[in-house]
Write a new protein. Structure first.
Length: 140
């Protein structure tokens, strides 16, 4: 082939390659704009989800606090708590004031041991109404 034909052929190849690159570049630009748009939408959606999560966590914490208050108000001391002396669970409760503080005392009916198993957690007023102090012994 002559150099003139090669030059024309190379120009044709070059033109086709440039056109192909231009079409690819246009496609790339449209894809980039689409990704950029969807990225902004995703960022906005992510922010909305973050706000919802913060609101749900706040509600969750409020519910947990309310549940803890409810559980504290409903707790009671088990009269049949396990005795540290003999291990039996047969007993009854009595009350005691120690250092100006109200205590509920467990009494084991098997070995006779007395022990403080827990402090009333429902509040002192409820504990006083639930467990009245023992009357003084006669003749003491």
């Amino acid at each position: 082939m002559s150099s003139w034909v090669l030059a024309i052929w190379e120009r044709g190849v070059l033109v086709r390659r440039v056109k192909r690159l231009e079409t690819l570049f246009a496609r790339w630009q449209s894809l980039y704009e689409m990704v950029k748009r969807s990225n902004q939408e995703l960022i906005a959606e992510n922010r909305r989800c973050g706000q919802q999560i913060v609101e749900l966590e706040t509600q969750h914490n409020e519910l947990i606090k309310a549940l803890q208050h409810y559980e504290d108000a409903e707790k009671a001391i088990d009269p049949n708590a396990k005795c540290p002396g003999c291990g039996h669970r047969k007993g009854h409760l009595t009350s005691l004031f120690v250092n100006e503080e109200f205590r509920v005392v467990n009494n084991c009916e098997v070995c006779g041991m007395t022990f403080v198993s827990a402090i009333p957690v429902a509040g002192e007023e409820r504990a006083r109404t639930a467990f009245q102090p023992m009357p003084p012994k006669q003749g003491a």
